[in-house]
Design a protein around this ligand. Sequence first.
Ligand code: CUA
Length: 327
Amino acid sequence: MGNTPFWPESASNWAASVDGLYIFLVVVSLVMCTLIFGAVAFLSAKYRRKPGVQPVAIEGSHLLEITWSVLPMFFFFAFFLGGALVYFHERTPPQGATEVYVVAKQWMWKLEHPEGQREINTLHVPLGQDVKLIMTSMDTIHSFYVPAFRIKQDVLPGRYSILWFRATQAGTYHLFCAEYCGTQHSGMIGSVIVQPPAEYQTWLNGGSSSIPLAQTGEKAFAELGCVTCHRSDSQGRGPMLTGIYGKPVVLEDGRSVMVDENYLRESILDPGAKIVAGYKPVMPTFQGIISEEQLAALVAYVKSLTPPAGAPGSAVAQSATPAKSDK
Ligand code: CUA
């Protein structure tokens, strides 16, 4: 499809399914259009008023009514199902994906790699590897749009939007903001550069000696005093953070929530929102105190805290419900 004019290049794992869905929609619409207008033209000619012929009243037909209601319904369900499948798959990143933190602001894209490399309006990604985008905005709503990858996701202030892709073709591709976000919205563009893994590694290693994101987070964790309550043993005033990422924690009201990027974010900015069972709401908010970049670094740091293999170091295991053992 890449050589067809009017059709963007196909450079990610989503291209085939999104294009397939799109072509299916267009073909069904064309067929329906032809059938309907064909029938209108044919029937108007066939049953036109002729001299000497009296019109006959028709009673209607339930069979006909049901047929032309139910058949299109199946097609509409097929649209919905096809779209929903792609949607859920796109928003469920696979384990072990390379992570990139995206911060949108009027009017630029700031991108940060776990290795500490920062970019503006340019995103380098490795070819053939899963890339997970953790995106937020510093002001209004933006939308991260790479036509060649067939991905488009609104980027909202106050939360993380998650999306993933796997680039399937090396090259440079357009990155657009696809949500009107102010006077220079049209200038909020950039490029995604897909490189073979070896070349990508060279790029990562080159340039300024950058500090890994998790390490920046560790420094902030100490400087902001988080470390005094979230200790690496279970004696702290706050929950131990080792190994909590990707696992559920039990809250005071008995609910359990999955510890993902959005939960970590909320717990830093609005600590009272979801308190882990057995702890007191004593943590101050960091809303307005830390920047989105620092927040991303803190989140990356907490995610990097994995217990040594075999150690029972999860927050669930040491929460106030000891009966509930963690598998
Ligand atoms: Cu950002 Cu439009």
